[in-house]
Write a protein that binds this ligand. Structure first.
Ligand SMILES: NC(=O)c1ccc[n+]([C@@H]2O[C@H](COP(=O)([O-])OP(=O)(O)OC[C@H]3O[C@@H](n4cnc5c(N)ncnc54)[C@H](OP(=O)(O)O)[C@@H]3O)[C@@H](O)[C@H]2O)c1
Length: 265
């Protein structure tokens, strides 16, 4: 498939910004959905249509889709990329922070799916791409919302890619390994050897953008990028089964030591 128009969420930085620049360079029409206006980005890319929408707002996302549908401007590809990571399970479990991560990473994607699946069937194929993560294998226990939001996203897209197979809606997902962006570097508070291990599994931003854009043109359901990330994170998952406590919430226990109970049930 030759992509003629694409909607990308979260283009102010990182992967989203890289994708925006990739498509602009190739003359593809871009609709960039950001929660804030960034003058430097908008001045640099006058051909891009910037929509100021917070993906957490279901009514605003629905209104955007209905506006585009009414004007016959629905893009061929939706790359639902916006996401955040927070240390919501650090010293203690922080429910509001956890909820913010799920509102953005999970519902910020699902807010698009409701209205898109309710559109009348079309003869034009539309590809809907979620950006999931290898944390669906094993993740940082201090960022619990991140891990659970990406696992849920992966499950939803697995189901929809089968349910909608052969229709005008093509559901696909990227299982992404670490990429040096703000989401990656926020983990610097992790022990050095964990960062070393993440480094082993990581891919450059330029490679990642090329891989996602190439994948968007195919009818494949899943892209794992890079493959070695799946191997590294899979190994961590296995290690957690074998070595109790391996990379699991140590700081939480240090911050608030819990003692063995004096009486047991
Ligand atoms: N980097 C990695 O290691 C990695 C690995 C696996 C998966 N991913 C996934 O890749 C995607 C892109 O992340 P990134 O690494 O490029 O991080 P990033 O540089 O922090 O970019 C995140 C983007 O999402 C936007 N965003 C956040 N909340 C939003 C909201 N409520 N509404 C609209 N936009 C919002 C941000 O906008 P603001 O500037 O306004 O905050 C920013 O443009 C995320 O889904 C992430 O989970 C990243």
């Amino acid at each position: 498939m030759q992509v003629k128009s694409v909607l990308i969420t979260g283009t102010t930085s990182g992967v989203g910004r890289g994708l925006l620049e990739h498509y602009v360079d190739r003359g593809v029409k871009v609709i960039a959905v950001n929660r804030r206006r960034v003058a430097e980005l908008e001045d640099r890319h006058p051909a891009v249509r910037f929509e100021c929408v917070d993906v957490r707002s279901a009514p605003d996302v629905e209104a955007l889709i209905q506006r585009m549908a009414a004007a016959g401007e629905l893009p061929d590809v939706f790359i639902l990329n916006a996401g955040i990571n927070r240390l919501d399970n650090d010293e203690t479990f922080d429910l509001p922070l956890y909820r913010e991560v799920l509102d953005t990473n999970l519902y910020g994607v699902l807010n698009f799916i409701g209205p898109l699946t309710q559109l009348p069937p079309s003869h034009v194929e539309r590809h809907i791409v979620a950006i999931s993560s290898v944390v669906s294998q094993a993740g940082n226990p201090h960022g619990l919302g991140y891990q659970t939001s990406k696992k849920a996203l992966t499950t939803c897209f697995d189901v929809w890619s089968q349910m909608y197979a052969g229709t005008d809606l093509v559901f696909k997902q990227v299982i992404l390994g670490p990429v040096p962006t703000s989401i990656y570097t926020m983990s610097e508070r992790l022990p050095g050897w964990v960062m070393w291990m993440k480094g082993l599994a990581s891919a450059s931003l330029a490679d990642t953008v090329r891989a996602i854009a190439g994948f968007a043109e195919t009818r494949r359901k899943t892209l794992v990028h890079p493959w070695r990330a799946l191997a590294v994170f899979g190994a961590v998952r296995v290690a957690r089964r074998v070595i109790p406590g391996f990379l699991q919430g140590r700081r939480t226990l240090q911050g608030h030591p819990r003692r063995p109970p004096t009486t047991r049930l």
